[in-house]
Write a protein that binds this ligand. Structure first.
Ligand code: SF4
Ligand code: SF4
Length: 72
């Protein structure tokens, strides 16, 4: 995995929810905007995206589950 969460700064209100929820402290508020200050610590849990009330964070690595058809 190489991508980290993308934060749209124009949408970020600086509420700090993502900072509070991030289990690895990869994201912090810098001048009232969420910034990935330690991207190497991100464990791709997607909590920041789930909790951001303004939809400013997008996790490009979200896992998409697909249904496998049984082989006949
Ligand atoms: S995906 Fe998880 S570990 Fe990575 S910045 Fe968001 S909350 Fe933190
Ligand atoms: S949760 Fe969203 S709006 Fe709040 S600081 Fe983080 S990115 Fe910004």
């Amino acid at each position: 995995m190489s991508a980290i969460p993308e934060i749209a700064l124009e949408k970020c209100t600086g509420c700090g929810d993502c900072v509070e929820k991030c289990p690895t402290k990869a994201v912090e508020l810098v001048r009232d905007k969420a910034i990935m200050v330690r991207p190497e610590d991100c464990n791709y849990c997607t909590d920041c995206e789930a909790f951001c009330p303004s939809g400013a964070i997008k996790c490009p690595f979200e896992i998409i589950l697909t249904k496998l058809e049984p082989q006949s």
